[in-house]
Design a protein around this ligand. Structure first.
Ligand code: MN3
Length: 205
């Protein structure tokens, strides 16, 4: 049985960056639905980890499109909600800060490149910061609920994702996706993203 992560902040805790109704609807309706749908598609005996399911995904598996949409939706939102925090923002520290410096020259360049990808993602989708087994960082965008695990057959794991579906921002930001992306950077928990980085490398080895 796949379960949504529990939030360690209240729905209104991310105000004014993300409003309470958006957070509540996003978590209790959208994420809950992906999770429920995923659980209806997998049987108890093929309970691999969600990472393994997405890594091994191909069009020939049973319920392929449903697993892709709802498995992605389940996983992506656990990542997203897990790295938001009322005490977020600022810049990463330690190993992740060093790697961002190495791969993108500066945090500002990294932020600008990822923002551009997020704004440029046509329609619904995500912008990602991912790592491979060697700790090499990648940024990319995905349509719908796809993600780097599925797209790389498990050689890249996302460590941070920006949800750019309209359900993530439309109540407050309307058509102004760029303003929502700026707001995201005010509430992203870099400590958690750095943990995700270490865990992803460990898992990918
Ligand atoms: Mn969403």
């Amino acid at each position: 049985m796949f379960e949504q992560i529990s939030l360690d902040y209240a729905f209104d805790a991310l105000e004014p960056h993300i409003d309470a109704l958006t957070m509540q609807t996003h978590y209790e309706k959208h994420h809950a639905t992906y999770t429920k749908n995923l659980n209806a598609l997998v049987t108890d005996d093929d309970m691999s980890s969600i990472e393994d399911i997405l890594s091994n995904w191909n069009e020939g598996i049973p319920n392929a499109q449903g697993i892709r949409n709802n498995g992605g939706g389940f996983y992506n939102h656990n990542l997203y909600f897990g790295h938001l925090s009322p005490n977020g923002g600022g810049m990463p520290k330690g190993i992740l800060a060093e790697q961002i410096q190495t791969h993108f020259n500066s945090f500002e360049v990294f932020k600008e490149m990822l923002t551009k990808l997020a704004i440029g993602q046509f329609g619904s989708g995500w912008a990602w910061l991912s790592t491979d087994a060697h700790g090499i960082l990648h940024i990319s965008g995905s349509p719908n609920q796809d993600n780097p695990i599925l797209e790389s057959s498990g050689t890249l794991y996302p460590i941070m994702g920006i949800d750019v579906w309209e359900h993530a921002y439309y109540l407050k930001y309307r058509n102004l996706r760029a303003d929502y992306i700026n707001a995201f950077f005010e509430i992203v928990n870099w400590t958690k993203v750095t943990e995700n980085y270490a865990n992803a490398i460990e898992h990918l080895k």
